[in-house]
Design a protein around this ligand. Structure first.
Ligand SMILES: Nc1ncnc2c1ncn2[C@@H]1O[C@H](COP(=O)(O)OP(=O)(O)OP(=O)(O)O)[C@@H](O)[C@H]1O
Ligand SMILES: [Mg+2]
Length: 278
């Protein structure tokens, strides 16, 4: 492929939930070591795409009905989710989904399930997570549900990193976070990528995502309608008008539910909850 090694190759993926068709012939590529973003409004199919890649779609009542997903040249189709993790792909699900009544350290330990690597590799992964997020070391024995929303997002990312993935699937990590915390998460994504992990980032926060990514796709009602270098998309009139336009600071953001997982705000304008503040 043009000399660039492809980490992830999604080709003509079609998926849905019973009669609901959520993805139609979606093709997305993530080169090795790259950050690629998929932008799209509510219901565009972003989470469905990540679930299809991680093979967790059946847990949500969905199924892939066409197309292929290859990682490092190997098909992921038909693999169980733990085999996908073992192949080097870890997902941070939408709404964080930390285990609220478990301790922080047990949440992190759960991230090693299915992971390749021995005890030493897992200990090294834990050290790396603690370096990235010192608060997770300080709060190791605390219940995860007592962490702030931003700290829970760090825990969700840390849990995924415990498997030492080569590709991290991130579903709206900025959801429900104040701009400063969202910016911190963005810095962390940069750091994780700099350490050699490719990232597929799904976001409604286009301003943030386009700064992190080298390449971007726009998903609308299950189809890819635009794609290209992130800098070009950020500069395009259509993207600026539709996705980077007026930021409404008063827009309600998601609040953690009693289990500490982020919930969706009732209504959000497509892709512009806030402009990044730096
Ligand atoms: N578990 C489910 N069961 C049935 N339909 C679903 C399910 N999850 C998503 N859908 C439907 O599939 C379509 C795509 O949803 P998806 O969650 O992938 O969108 P999204 O881009 O992640 O949206 P959001 O930004 O709101 O998270 C929508 O029409 C949605 O209603
Ligand atoms: Mg989603």
């Amino acid at each position: 492929m043009g000399g660039t090694a492809l980490a992830l190759e999604v080709t003509d993926l079609t998926a849905g939930y019973g009669p609901v068709r959520a993805l139609r012939e979606v093709s997305v590529e993530v080169p090795e070591g790259a950050v690629v973003t998929v932008l799209g409004g509510n219901g565009a199919g972003k989470s469905t795409l990540l679930r299809a890649i991680s093979r967790t779609l059946p847990f949500h009542g969905g199924a892939v009905t066409g197309g292929t997903v290859r990682f490092g040249g190997r098909p992921l189709d038909g693999l169980a989710t733990d085999r996908v993790v073992a192949a080097g792909v870890s997902q941070v699900p939408e709404g964080r989904q930390v285990f609220a009544r478990m301790t922080v350290e047990d949440n992190l330990r759960a991230g090693t399930l299915g992971a390749r690597g021995d005890r030493a590799a897992k200990a090294a992964a834990l050290r790396r997570v603690h370096e990235l997020f010192p608060v997770l070391a300080e709060r190791a024995r605390q219940q995860a549900g007592l962490l702030s929303g931003g700290e829970q997002q760090m825990l969700a990312v840390g849990r995924a990193l415990m498997a030492s993935p080569r590709l991290l699937l991130l579903d709206e990590p900025s959801l429900g976070l104040a701009p400063l915390m969202a910016a911190r998460i963005a810095d962390t994504v940069r750091e994780i990528n700099a350490q050699g992990t490719a990232v597929l980032l799904v976001e409604q926060n286009a301003a943030l995502a386009l700064r992190l990514a080298s390449r971007a796709y726009v998903l609308e009602v299950g189809r890819v309608t635009l794609s290209g270098p992130a800098a070009e998309l950020a500069a395009s009139d259509e993207i600026r008008r539709r996705y980077l336009g007026v930021a409404d600071e008063d827009e309600p953001t998601g609040r953690p539910d009693p289990d500490g997982n982020a919930t969706k705000p009732a209504r959000r304008p497509a892709l512009a909850r806030w402009e990044e503040t730096r």
